[in-house]
Design a protein around this ligand. Structure first.
Ligand SMILES: [Zn+2]
Length: 341
């Protein structure tokens, strides 16, 4: 039913979910670099398609809006009859989860997600399903993020402190998603913002797609007076950063909850502004979806144990595992009938 090798393959069909190597037809949950590779044809939201093309060039897309269920037509021979629906993952702009209905079984694949509200992506939805394949990056109880307002206050205090010391406040944030979120937070608070070129280009695409930002422009050497600078983490050791004499740097990542993250990034501070669900959101998701079976992806091997303690049938999806259980047998039988019908 589900095969996990270089992405998820729905066996007996030509359909892949976030395939990590080029295939004929794959759902791409969002445009992060770890997910988007070149495929012959891609199922995605229009926002993901736009961001994907910006990063990887032209591709053939099968665009599906959120909450518009669609049954594959005969054109897609290998998976005709499967009903698919994309719905918001809350991860980054355009990010989608997918619901597959095959032979009366509902399978949800979350891709990267978070349940908390943010300013640059639609809030995630949860749908009831029989089989849940969930991303679980922060699947340990120690990863509970503080309240969003609290993080915003800490970020603001960091900026104010830097200004009061005559330093340039610099945030390290991934160029797609995280950078736009901090641009929005700081822009709404009235700060003037300079951004790295890669972030600027992506922000322009966000604006095309309806997410607007205030008070920002691309970074220019010597033009940082009274401005906050946002750059991707890989820029941190560059000549550009070294040329700024007085600065105070912070990294924005869920891993900020781990001690030592500042040393790792070489920053003065770290704030847990994350695009991923924390432990409590992962557990909440499972409770709301009420699946009969959960497969976890990414993250800690201990996480399924926490789900099992709450009564869920859960296990980690491991690369090269072929999922075959009683449930899948039922599905395969139904699916055969379904295809012939
Ligand atoms: Zn992602």
């Amino acid at each position: 039913m589900i095969e996990y090798q270089n992405g998820i393959h729905i066996t007996g069909t030509g359909l892949w979910l976030d395939a990590k190597r080029g295939v004929d037809f794959s759902f791409v949950s969002h445009a992060h670099i770890d997910h988007a590779v070149r495929h012959k044809e891609i199922l995605a939201t229009k926002e993901t398609a736009r961001l994907y093309e910006h990063r990887f060039g032209k591709a053939k897309f099968n665009i599906l809006e959120y909450n518009q269920p669609k049954r594959f037509s005969r054109k897609f021979k290998s998976h005709s009859g499967i009903k698919v629906e994309l719905f918001p993952s809350g991860h980054i702009l355009g990010g989608a989860q997918i619901l597959l209905e095959m032979g009366g079984i509902r399978i949800v694949y979350t891709g990267d997600f978070k349940l908390r509200k943010c300013l640059t992506a639609k809030k995630a939805e949860v749908k009831r399903c029989d089989i849940l394949i969930m991303e679980s990056t922060f699947g340990l109880p120690r990863y509970i993020f503080p309240d969003r307002n609290e993080i915003t206050e800490e970020i603001t205090a960091f900026v104010e402190r830097a200004f009061s010391l005559g330093e340039v406040p610099i945030f390290l944030a991934y160029s797609l998603g995280k950078a736009q979120e901090i641009m929005k937070i700081l822009g709404n608070r009235g700060y003037k913002i300079s951004v790295h070129g890669t972030i600027f280009k992506l922000a322009k695409i966000y604006e095309e797609l309806g997410i607007k930002f205030k008070n920002y422009r691309p970074y220019k050497a010597g033009d940082l007076e009274g401005r906050v600078l946002i750059v991707p983490p890989w820029v941190r050791g560059s000549a550009m950063i070294k040329s700024i004499p007085r600065k105070r740097m912070a990294v924005l990542t869920g891993w900020a909850l781990d001690s030592g993250i500042r040393n790792l990034f070489g920053t003065d501070d770290a704030f847990p502004l994350s695009d991923h669900a924390d432990f409590s959101e992962l557990m909440e998701y499972a409770r709301l979806a009420e699946p009969k079976k959960i497969y976890t992806m990414h993250g800690f091997s201990e996480f399924p144990e926490f789900l099992r303690k709450e009564g869920f049938d859960a296990e980690q999806l491991k690369e090269t595992t072929q999922v075959r259980n009683n449930f899948s047998k039922e599905l395969l039988l139904n699916y055969d009938l379904f295809v012939k019908a």
